[in-house]
Design a protein around this ligand. Structure first.
Ligand code: KG4
Ligand code: ZN
Length: 336
């Protein structure tokens, strides 16, 4: 065949992932080796442990992805890799592997922004149409991104402190849940009610920024005070109240952005986009308030970190001629 393929590599945090993506956006393979079990007992990602796991897994993941895609190296057009943002040591493993493989096989190297990747996960559901608004919610980021065309990003608002996923993980820890606790809190939330009325920070402020640290503190203080007084609080209600606050702020600000900008599509992406409550409420809100805006939320397996999303974003960079030199370095604080 004369189809063109990209081998994409992602290693910014705690998943080692390699994918094969065709030029017409078919995901032929998307191998994800999760390290979560190794980080659980520390209550968070330990950078040194993450790097070591990436080193151990990366070659095998590359081999498996090529096997699963059932293509030969000679059919590849390029190698793509996440250059940032993320953990420097973790990123460097993916970058080193990508450079070595590309160099050895005479292939160009494409640098990809991890957050752009999260947005492009949505392109596996439907072709992206512009202008587009993206709500990016992950463990490290919470931002609203306006896109006028492929590969162009304007951050119109972002969190001033904690990311949404980070807040989930921190309050989950106080409830004794294992890291990362977003998914479990989401499940508990569906069993409880919003009885605590936690703060909705910056809800009415005339900007698109977020803040979750006040909510986090309010939650933690509530739990600690109750423990001191030996009062038993309902875990499900605590989870439901926390989640109601996060979702109300995210949905309100995102919908406001969709009304003030001429958007055709709304993409919700990143690890927290797996949240059942958020998925349901943003759907209801968009249907009621901006029915002309087409909502795209990637399937669950493409919300968390994976190389498939990096491959999709890479084709855009490739078409623009954005290639990396052999001295490509990790950019831990790369922005969109
Ligand atoms: O995008 P991601 O896999 O990694 C980063 O780039 O950060 O996001 C991970 C974050 C974690 O904080 C995790 O708790 C959160 O996504 N998460 C969720 C859910 N599933 C994962 N948060 C809320 N509800 C969920 N169902
Ligand atoms: Zn991510």
């Amino acid at each position: 065949t004369d189809k063109r393929y990209i081998l994409a590599i992602e290693s910014s945090c705690d998943e080692t992932s390699v994918a094969v993506v065709s030029e017409d956006n078919q995901l032929l393979a998307n191998v994800v080796a999760s390290q979560i079990l190794s980080h659980k007992r520390f209550g968070g990602v330990v950078p040194e442990v993450a790097s070591r796991h990436h080193v151990e897994q990366i070659t095998l993941c590359m081999k498996l992805a090529l096997e699963e895609a059932n293509i030969t190296v000679s059919e590849l057009s390029a190698v793509a890799v996440t250059e940032g943002p993320g953990l420097v040591g973790a990123l460097l493993i993916g970058i080193s592997a990508a450079k070595a493989f590309a160099w050895a096989n005479g292939l160009p190297l494409i640098p990809v922004n991890h957050m752009a990747g999260h947005i492009y996960a949505a392109s596996y559901v439907k072709p992206l149409e512009f202008p587009l608004m993206a709500l990016l919610v992950s463990g490290g980021h919470t931002e609203l991104v306006y896109m006028r065309e492929h590969g162009s990003y304007e951050v119109i608002g972002e969190t001033r402190d904690d990311a949404a996923g980070e807040a989930y993980d921190k309050v989950g820890r106080v409830l004794g849940l294992a890291y990362p606790s977003g998914k479990e809190l989401d499940e508990l939330a569906h069993l409880g009610a919003d009885t605590f009325n936690f703060p909705r920070a910056m809800l009415r402020e005339p900007n698109y920024d977020f803040s979750f640290s006040g909510l986090k503190s309010s939650f933690i203080n509530t739990v600690h005070n109750a423990r001191q007084k030996e009062v038993n609080l309902d875990k499900n209600d605590l989870a439901a109240s926390f989640q109601a606050s996060v979702i109300e702020v995210l949905v309100t600000k995102t919908l406001k952005a969709c009304q003030e900008y001429p958007v055709k599509q709304l993409v919700v992406a990143g690890g927290v986009a797996a949240n059942k409550g958020l998925r349901a409420e943003i759907k209801t809100a968009i249907t009621e308030i901006s029915p002309k805006v087409e909502l795209i939320v990637p399937p669950l397996h493409l919300c968390g970190d994976n190389a498939g999303m990096i491959g999709a974003a890479a084709w855009i960079e490739f078409s623009k001629g954005n290639l990396a030199d052999w001295d490509l370095n990790a950019e831990p604080s790369l922005t969109l």
